[in-house]
Design a protein. Structure first.
Lengths: 110, 114
């Protein structure tokens, strides 16, 4: 099956810093999503981005499907950005289940 | 809020007992999924459903069964719970008519098997 690798696995930043999280995948994808899992365990949808670039406030994402990677940018980090960021993909039919990476654990210090 | 509820939210059970987790949606999404999350892993797919009475196995389906008799409900059953099934279980939905395949997740059920 498809492999999803996220980097870095851990990241500690000061409030106000910018960061880039990377997701590499081993095969072509139909779907790609970015999630934020907050400290209470809730999974929050950030982006649905099988290709192209999207922005939502301080967050933006870019997927280069032909090169099999996606990037999540977080600017002007806030402590509420802390948590785990997951990249997940579907390589088969669009309605198939997601394959998740192991996540990037982000800690924003005040 | 995608209108997904899971019940129970927390459960402690003993090895060998049957357990059923429920996922309920109010959004009329066609597709529903069950995942489990364990420390050091992302989420892994257990089973999914393309519609009423139409289900398929995921990556980690051994020891689990599912049923979907109504669009809004997707049940996950552990026929005889084992300690290795201690995990957090998430339900997801996608496929609202005319929309993308973006998946939305429920709040999760924390299951402990003693």
């Amino acid at each position: 099956g498809i492999q999803v690798e996220q980097s870095p696995p851990d990241l500690i930043l000061q409030e106000g810093a910018n960061s880039t999280l990377r997701c590499n995948f081993s095969d072509s994808v139909n779907n790609l999503q970015w999630f934020h899992q907050n400290p209470w365990g809730q999974l929050i949808n950030l982006f649905y981005i099988p290709s192209g670039t999207k922005q939502n406030g301080r967050l933006s994402a870019t997927t280069v499907a032909t090169e099999r990677y996606s990037l999540l940018y977080i600017s002007s980090s806030q402590t509420t950005d802390s948590g785990v960021y997951f990249c997940a993909v579907v390589s088969g039919g669009g309605a198939d289940g997601l394959t998740f990476g192991k996540g990037t654990h982000l800690i924003i210090q005040p | 809020d995608a209108g997904i509820t899971q019940s129970p939210r927390h459960k402690v059970t003993e090895t060998g007992t049957p357990v059923t987790l429920r996922c309920h949606q109010t959004e009329n999404h066609r597709y529903m999924y069950w995942y489990r999350q364990d420390p050091g892993h992302g989420l892994r797919l257990i089973h999914y459903s393309y519609g009423v009475k139409d289900t398929d196995k995921g990556e980690v389906s051994d020891g689990y069964s599912v049923s979907r008799s109504k669009t809004e409900d997707f049940l996950l059953t552990l026929e005889s719970a084992t300690s290795s099934q201690t995990s957090v279980y998430f339900c997801a939905i996608s496929g609202l008519a005319g929309s993308s395949y973006e998946q939305y997740f429920g709040p999760g059920t924390r299951l402990t098997v003693t």
